[in-house]
Design a protein around this ligand. Sequence first.
Ligand code: ARG
Length: 584
Amino acid sequence: MIVKDIIVEKLEKAFEKLGYDKNLVIISYSNAQGVDYQCNSCFALAKKYGKKPIDIASEIVEALKGTYEFIATVSAPAFINILLSMDFLSDVCNEVYKNPQKLIKKPQKKLKVVMDYGGANVAKELHIGHLRSPIIGEALSRLYKLMGHEVISDTHLGDWGLQMGLTLAQLEDDGYLEGYFGRGKNKQITLDTLNEEYPKASKRKSVDSEFKKKAEKYTLCIQRGEQPFFTIYQDIRELSVKKIKENYQTLGCTFDLWYGESTAYPYIEKVVNIFKDKNLARESEGALIVDVAREGENIPLPKKEGEPQRYKNPMPPVILKSHLDADMYATTDIATIYMRNLHKAPDKIIYIVDFRQMLHFVQVTRAVKLAGISDENQEIVHINYGTINGKDGKAFKTRSGEVVKLEDIINMITSSAKNKLKENGIVDNDKLALQIGVGAMKFGDLLNVASKDYIFDIDKFASFEGKTGPYIQYTGARINSLINKANEKPGKISIEKNEERNIAVNLIKLFDSFTTSYNDNSLNSLCLAAYNLASSYAQFYNNVKVISESNKEKKQSYITLSLAVLDSLKLALNTLGIEMPEKM
Ligand code: ARG
């Protein structure tokens, strides 16, 4: 039961009856008082049929008289206003209660989709920069599944790059690896060790070229599987992945595959040979590269003394092998596509990665298309997202200007949720505080168009009022408590009062927003529609006396409508990856 389709169908019938082109039916939501939808077709019809728009509007309205679902009226200059009937709205709500999924318009073609998100880097601690990919990725995965697609989620850990060699070199210098090298005893390496050693190495590489060279060499040793480097690497990886898994679990993010860049290693030579055999790869300054620029791109600009070469419309080549013969970031991504196609043959691959990697994904996509590793029908999409800023509008940092650890953010927002719970008389409930804290963080993120930056405002996000996750969770808890108190069975919904009508319309809009969010690859519409529904329910809750209602049928209708709202909000939150607590 897709409400918009039903209205369009009625309009199409009226158009046909009057001899007008039914393809010109256009409707949109209206915010005007007493209007649900507006049809704007009359101007186009007037042009096509050489009549006055207002006359056409009147004709159509006349032809729509007696329609069960809505009342149509003419509004100046030549719009058709559509007001849904109370009977039809009651039917819609009863359907929502019975089978909410039926209100979501789903795509006809079911796809197999690989979702690549998370992308934590082994040996590096997760920080605020790693928050958006798992949040958006998890929600999109759930939305795609809801739309009927088969989703395979893969976190694609960063575990094959220079950071591994850097960490190893630093650990060696600090005496941790003597046992591995057969020179004495190993010192125990913990997560804290890694958290200290990698940043140290990362700083050192820009000032100590000998050290950088050693790190590059060790990276290569790992990539070639040489001992003891490979064993050390595996040990570090295991330690780090355990922590990454814990972090993602706290965030409620799940993955079908815990693969990493390294998983594609066995396919790298094969893939490099494909480029070589097809004459797509060439040597440049000792590296192996693939040109992916098209006409009008990467045009060298006049070179200035002492400055690096610059380009108009830059589109640098893909580097498959560095001058040291190391595999690059793009190499592992290309080999991963090869591997995915070999084993899963997805119709679509979606990357949920920071906007700074836009160029990388254009390069990788072009390279795999050129080489025929991905056929032309396979869609490769990069969903990019913006930066999380502080209230000052700059990237969110600690007071002392450092990058904030992911764990610290989760703790901050959870403790804010705890304080709010305390105000409501709920203490000692860590699980609930975490549900609310994580919900607050996720909703605060997903409410924004994914590609935009947003301001991370803990107090605002964790508030039980306004456009927040906790507000929607709180609405659910209120409904639960109302239903417990009312002690009445569900029955048939009959929409009569304005407050009920508002809920019904917001239910329709919520189910519509699943499709909008799906088409936009961004969950902001769904978040906003869930908020609007919750807020229309608050009006009902405040103005309508449910528990003391003496008419049994009416009371049953209220209860059933409340349950329909609860189920719909649960479905929305579940899609966003947010839990709905029973009580709060
Ligand atoms: N590890 C990468 C980073 O931190 C993100 C991985 C994204 N996925 C991919 N297939 N490249 O930047």
